[in-house]
Design a protein around this ligand. Structure first.
Ligand SMILES: NC(=O)C[C@H](N)C(=O)O
Length: 503
């Protein structure tokens, strides 16, 4: 890859975590009402996005260098993450048609919310999500946005560590040629996740600058493409029902003489199990919107990517967003469809883990596991950077850089996330809670209310169609959030979760 391209890439952090996203960039706005002070010299990772001092990043005079194509790549990278692993489960609980309808709706709404963000930022010349919050509602607005981003990133990190907890034991089991899972510590996900956190993630998270870690953004995206190809390939090579499922659904295989009707019944049951549902509703359907919302979150990265764009215009950035969302929409649908059509109702909330039913020694699945594990392990420290920065911004705003504080925040964050992952029964809880709280805030509620406040009434009166639409959008977000949260809580209380994949 050419040097200039690399420079552009390194400025972005994968899974939507831009290194500058949480900075109070010293961007004096056009009509200078609520603008934050100059950037703190103590901000970590400064070298990660070095600009010449004469060219203080300003939305209007900042000279972006990133091409259209590279921006599509960067934004796709920001969208794509662990969310893709939960979508097949969502399809199993909605049916193909309802899933397609909901996925389309979330993708379209996501694109509309980017439109709101771009329009608001165009008016005030701001290039970070929190700053829009600050501009709209002052410090509470900024804190709310920072909190939602922090929560979203903590959710993303937890889901990554959860993947380590569930997949690493399987990889080790395969390498050690163990047919059955033993109780040894080296195949215990909880120990392994702590081990990986301490030996790999913590040292990387302690770095002051991200440096080359930024390059792994492209790597994670390639791993997910590899994962998708494997899912499609496996659909045509994994039998349905799996011997395990068949035994489960028919139950009494070995009981005495099997009379002809029983055989027929079993065949019918197997056929019913292995035919797709087009429209289903059950208690787990409540997780669908949160999983999809989680999967489409990239909104904190849109403005930084816009700032980096060459010859930026709102229209161009909207095209970039629409294209990235469209590409991810296709990938998400294919992964969900083929994952579902491989296991049908037997699919687990973390699709990759479901392949352990196929057989522990499958080479293709082993390679996918190793690739995904490497990608998520490298992504955790990158996602941790903006969270630490947000915490520093919120709690230690005007203080110099301090190593003890730097180390303390990273260690505490990792400890909390480890505990969360060890005690979380499955990844669905993470997708559910984050997808029902911070994701709707970042996608629906905040862009709409920020827009409502930021666009001046002289330009668009409060009762103008775009503003009323924006308010309806915020209300829709609030409704989805309340509904999803209530259904998830009801599901927990009634304890009838049927998802697999716990360890
Ligand atoms: N960027 C994020 O916060 C989550 C990402 N959309 C994912 O699916 O993992």
């Amino acid at each position: 890859m050419e040097a200039p391209l690399q420079t552009e890439m390194v400025e972005l952090v994968p899974n939507g975590k831009h290194s500058e996203g949480l900075l109070p960039a010293a961007a004096p706005t056009v009509d200078n009402q609520r603008v934050e002070g100059p950037r703190q010299s103590c901000v970590e990772g400064e070298g990660f996005l070095q600009k010449s001092p004469s060219k203080e990043p300003h939305f209007t005079d900042f000279e972006g260098k990133t091409s259209f194509g590279m921006s599509v790549f960067n934004l796709s990278n920001a969208i794509m993450g662990s969310g893709i692993l939960g979508l097949a489960y969502a399809m199993a609980n909605t049916g193909i048609i309802l899933f397609l309808f909901l996925l389309t709706a979330v993708a379209l709404l996501s694109s509309y919310s980017i439109h709101l963000l771009l329009k608001s930022s165009g008016i005030v010349g701001i290039r970070a999500y929190e700053q829009l919050g600050y501009r709209a509602f002052g410090t509470p607005g900024k804190l709310a946005a920072a909190l939602a981003i922090t929560l979203q990133n903590i959710g993303a990190m937890s889901s990554y560590l959860y993947i380590i907890k569930s997949e690493l034991p399987l990889v080790i089991q395969t390498f050690l040629n163990l047919e059955e899972k033993t109780s040894d510590w080296y195949v215990n996900g909880n120990y392994l996740v702590i081990l990986v956190s301490v030996t790999i993630i913590l040292p990387l998270a302690l770095m002051r600058q991200l440096g080359y870690l930024g390059y792994s953004s492209g790597f994670s995206l390639s791993c997910m493409v590899f994962f998708l190809i494997a899912v499609i390939y496996k659909k045509f090579h994994v039998p349905c029902p799996l011997p395990l499922n068949f035994a489960n659904i028919t139950g009494n295989f070995s009981h005495g003489e099997v009379i002809e009707e029983e055989v027929q019944l079993q065949v019918n049951e197997a056929a019913a199990f292995c035919s797709p549902n087009y429209f289903t509703l059950n208690s787990q359907t409540a997780y669908t919107i949160p999983i999809m919302a989680f999967a489409f979150v990239c909104h904190p990265e849109v403005l930084p990517i816009y700032t980096e764009l060459k010859d930026p215009t709102k229209r161009k950035m909207q095209h970039i967003s629409n294209l990235s969302i469209a590409v991810m929409y296709v990938m998400y649908f294919l992964a969900a469809l083929f994952g579902y059509l491989t296991f049908y109702d037997g699919v687990e909330s973390e699709l990759l883990h479901t392949y352990s039913k196929v057989g522990p020694f499958d080479v293709l699945i082993l390679c996918v596991r190793v690739a995904v594990l490497t990608a998520v392990t490298l992504t955790v420290p990158i996602v941790l950077f903006p969270v630490r920065r947000a915490i520093q911004q919120m709690l230690f705003q005007n203080q110099e850089f301090s190593w003890p504080r730097h180390v303390f925040i990273a260690t505490s964050l990792l400890t909390c996330i480890n505990l969360l992952v060890i005690f979380a029964p499955n990844i669905l809880g993470i997708f559910g809670v984050i997808g029902a709280t911070s994701a709707p805030c970042l996608i629906f509620i905040f862009p709409a209310i920020f827009y409502f406040r930021i666009v001046p009434t002289e330009k668009e009166p409060a009762r103008s169609t775009p503003k009323i639409l924006a308010l309806c959008f915020a209300l829709l977000g609030l409704l989805l959030m309340t509904m999803s949260l209530s259904f998830i809580i009801i599901d927990w209380v009634s304890g009838n979760s049927r998802h697999g994949g716990s360890h």
